[in-house]
Design a protein around this ligand. Structure first.
Ligand SMILES: [Mg+2]
Length: 262
């Protein structure tokens, strides 16, 4: 099949680079969890955070990345085995509380300064044009993200991309991406997983989808321009289910995505 019936796209690290926003939001949320911390982040923390971003599956882990770095953990140690639950216990706050702090920081920021919030994000070159082109054709586009869907919708709308809210499935769905993908296959591809293509920058999420027999035949692409490490990209190259995808290929027509070599 040279074009999918459904193209499922992750948001952060595939369409949008919101690194400055993630850090600012995570820092503000962390300060609420640890009010004794200094108001300004220490020098170098942003760069560490950016290098460690591939660890993060869901937003609630971001303040914990900050916590771990400030607690003195080395980047190498964190990259070789990220244990968000252990760091969460160390900070002593329930996961839902951290997630709620993060969303309320975002909501308050948007209310106070929407333009500033939007300006802390940038879309990767060419992705908006590509999504518009796909959305104008026979392939359905869906966005599958671990952030609240309404935040992703707001950012896409600003770019003039108007997807139905039911095509943007976020954290509010409270289901793993693999389950959301299966639901998309059932609803829009008559149960044929081979008609689904999924672009994601987090290797573990793709591996999780690859292990699910109900997703046999689905094309799983690792977005090499997103938040993943050279080691993860190398692992993806050796995995027969996962197809590494460059940003240049993403911008081109579907058959090119399947051509050998990168
Ligand atoms: Mg991502």
């Amino acid at each position: 099949m040279s074009a999918p019936a459904i193209l499922a796209l992750d948001f952060d690290g595939v369409l949008c680079d919101g690194m400055r926003e993630y850090f600012e939001t995570a820092w503000r949320a962390y300060r609420r969890l640890r009010p004794s911390v200094a108001p300004e982040p220490p020098r170098g923390l942003f760069d560490s955070f950016a290098r460690l971003r591939p660890l993060v599956e869901s937003g609630w882990e971001m303040p914990l990345v900050i916590h771990a770095v400030l607690a003195g953990a080395s980047e190498a140690e964190l990259l070789s085995g990220w244990r968000p639950e252990a760091w969460r216990r160390d900070i002593g706050v329930p996961r839902d509380t951290i997630a709620a702090e993060l969303d309320s920081v975002r909501d308050e920021w948007i209310t106070a300064d929407e333009q500033g919030w939007l300006d802390h994000h940038r879309f990767y070159p060419g992705v908006i044009e590509r999504v518009r082109r796909v959305a104008g054709g026979p392939t359905r586009v869906a966005v599958v993200t671990t952030k609240e869907g309404r935040f992703a919708l707001k950012l896409l709308r600003r770019q003039g991309v108007r997807l139905d809210p039911d095509r943007v499935v976020g954290k509010e769905a409270r289901r793993p991406k693999r389950e959301i993908l299966k639901d998309l296959v059932a609803r829009h591809a008559a149960g044929d997983a081979a008609r689904l293509w999924f672009v994601e920058d987090r290797l573990k999420t793709l591996e999780d989808a690859a292990r699910d027999p109900a997703l046999d035949g689905a094309r799983l692409f690792l977005a090499e321009w997103g938040y993943n490490t050279p080691e993860e990209r190398e692992t993806a190259r050796r995995d027969e289910r996962i197809i590494p995808l460059s940003l240049a290929r993403f911008a081109r027509d579907f058959p090119v995505w399947l051509e050998p070599g990168s």
